[in-house]
Design a protein around this ligand. Structure first.
Ligand code: G6Q
Length: 565
């Protein structure tokens, strides 16, 4: 597969103003990479995956790439080499690899927050260095990692004790968004590697039910809270941290040394001290780590306590291996680049608004939820880096559940609904638990679904099965649902790291094509401000700002009445 196709955009502006354009000029204008892809959408994209596979069976072995232990089979995508070449040419034209290099260098590519984007530095080996603004960030990263390891070892060995001298048996991470979704996902994914003598819980929601249920059977004398908040100002986290402190004092007495039961992960030392946590027990990170890109920073402290420092190192090594693959693999064999480009093809040229993430691995139960934040908070944007409106659709909606459960639920809509929903089917070749032949059953289901997504079942095939004519339309499966099959040898910490980094860089690639800032999240701010203004209205009946909309005012009144206020 050639990297850059022969198609190079020729800007109309470079032609003589008002001058006569020759036929050749017109032809060159007409073949911008985006136009080429639009043309291919009407030919290859309008065809069927069934035809592609029938006419060219060897695509099943050609359209497969490997990197950092992950194998991507995209032979069931509605593409051929001409599409892939045009997508790679588009990546070249849009400067995706230059932007990748700028990220790895530490340039401030998060322009709206004027920040570097350096989650890749979180997993660089100790003997490497990366100087950004005269600071060796790798040295800083390993300084924190070393402190985390010493602390994790103390908790795991029983050396760290609480107020009464009892060892810690319960670890509760309090955080939300990027300070929760990664740790929860990683804990669930790596449960088989975790110390089963420790109970890990995660509290995120400001809904009091979350913390009540998390703590109801725990002994405060044996419980350690990790308050994980980059800013240490987040309403939900600070409220839950306060509730945890109250619970602890209620259980251990007002004079209890709560510092023995609280540590913090934050970039804000002042606020940590103000809360009453000893900053000696604070693990820092940096403003160049975005929340949704932080599970391998100190935000991963709960993960490290659960699985131990060595396995955490293995996780980091997996991230790093995929980073290196993204940085060095030739474009046509570059997994994240190709996956990002395929997502652009499906979104912009095949007009698919959503993507189903279907892990055939029970331990990845929270992986779709994790990816929802990673993909949708990153690429749910409507203006470009310079503030001008985007010219195409941007980030699709990601959703999903582990297979086979989803098969007995929403797969019906993927198979026979009116939208075309592409999917990522993910599985591990070796199971962590060999229970009879259940793993073969699991993988048979994954591959069967991928086949049905791609091929479907025609009316002729259904009729040939002897189905009565009136039922044939109900049993036809249109197929032609693009599907990537992602296989990894075994679910290890390394594999999880490489899988997460794969999606991080996939999101990066698509965002770079769209020219958006994948690293800010301004859209979540307004609701927070309004919620803060509404709290006193709900409690004290203050009528609110004169500009407040009538629907909100009326809802507030109904709520107050329902609460007898
Ligand atoms: C992620 C977002 C967001 C953030 C949470 C928690 O990229 O920035 O999800 O992680 O709002 O923020 P704090 O860690 O500051 O509490």
């Amino acid at each position: 597969m050639a990297f850059i196709g022969t198609l190079v955009e020729e800007c109309a502006a470079s032609l003589p103003v008002g001058g006569d354009r020759t036929g050749k000029d017109r032809e060159r204008i007409a073949v911008s990479n985006w136009d080429t892809l639009s043309g291919l959408a009407g030919t290859v994209g309008a065809g069927t995956i069934r035809d592609l596979l029938e006419k060219d069976p060897s695509r099943a072995t050609r359209l497969v790439v490997e990197g950092a232990g992950v194998t991507l089979d995209f032979s069931r995508q509605r593409v051929d080499e001409s599409v892939v070449d045009a997508l790679l040419a588009l990546a070249q034209e849009r400067g995706v690899l230059d932007r990748r290099d700028a990220m790895f260098r530490g340039d401030r590519i998060n322009v709206t927050e004027d920040r570097s984007v350096l989650h890749v530095a979180l997993r660089m080996p100790k003997d490497e260095s990366l100087i950004v603004d005269d600071v060796d960030v790798v040295r800083e990263v390993h300084g924190v990692l070393d402190r985390m390891k010493a602390f994790a070892d103390r908790v795991r060995s029983g050396d760290w004790v609480g107020h009464t001298g009892q060892r810690i048996r319960n670890v509760v991470n309090i955080g939300i968004g990027g300070s929760d979704l990664g740790p929860v996902m990683a804990y669930e994914a790596l449960r088989d590697y975790s110390d089963r003598d420790l109970t890990l819980r995660f509290v995120s929601n400001v809904d009091g039910t979350d913390i009540v249920e998390a703590l109801h059977d725990l002994d405060p004398a044996e419980t350690l809270f990790i308050v994980a908040s980059k800013t240490f100002t987040t309403l939900e986290t600070m409220t839950n941290a306060g509730a945890a402190r109250d619970w602890l004092k209620k259980g251990l007495g007002d004079d209890a040394d709560v510092a023995k039961h609280f540590v913090a992960v934050s970039t804000n030392a002042d606020k940590v001290a103000e809360f009453g946590i000893d900053t000696a027990n604070m693990f820092g990170f940096w403003n160049w780590v975005g929340g949704r890109y932080s599970m391998d920073s100190a935000i991963g402290l709960s993960t490290m306590i659960a699985i131990g420092p060595d396995d955490f190192d293995d996780l980091l090594a997996g991230f790093h291996a995929m980073d290196q693959h993204f940085l060095t693999a030739p474009p046509a064999a570059n997994l994240p680049l190709l996956m990002g480009l395929l997502s652009v093809w499906n979104r912009n040229f095949l007009d698919c608004p959503t993507v189903a993430v279907l892990p055939y691995e029970q331990y990845l139960v929270r992986f779709p939820a994790y990816l929802q934040q990673l993909t949708m908070e990153s690429n749910g944007k409507r203006v470009r880096l310079d503030g001008t409106p985007v010219e195409s659709e941007t980030g699709p909606i990601y959703w999903g559940e582990p297979g086979t459960n989803g098969q007995h639920s929403f797969y019906q809509l993927i198979h026979q609904g009116t939208s075309t929903i592409p999917s990522d089917v993910i599985f591990f070749a070796e199971p962590l638990h060999e229970v009879g032949d259940q793993h073969d059953m699991l993988i048979a289901n994954a591959l069967a679904q991928a086949a049905v997504f791609a091929l479907g079942r025609t009316a002729e095939e259904v009729a040939a099965d002897g189905v009565p004519a009136e039922l044939v339309p109900h049993k036809v499966m249109p197929g032609n649902r693009p599907c990537s099959v992602i296989m990894v040898q075994k679910l290890t910490p390394f594999a999880l790291g490489s899988l997460v980094a794969l999606y991080e860089h996939t999101v990066f690639t698509a965002g770079a094509i769209w020219g958006i800032d994948s690293f800010d999240q301004w859209g979540v701010e307004l609701g927070k401000v309004m919620a803060a203004a509404l709290i006193p209205q709900l409690q004290d009946g203050d009528a609110g700002a004169p500009t407040q909309d009538s629907a909100t005012t009326s809802s507030v009144a109904r709520y107050r009445a329902a609460r007898g206020r």
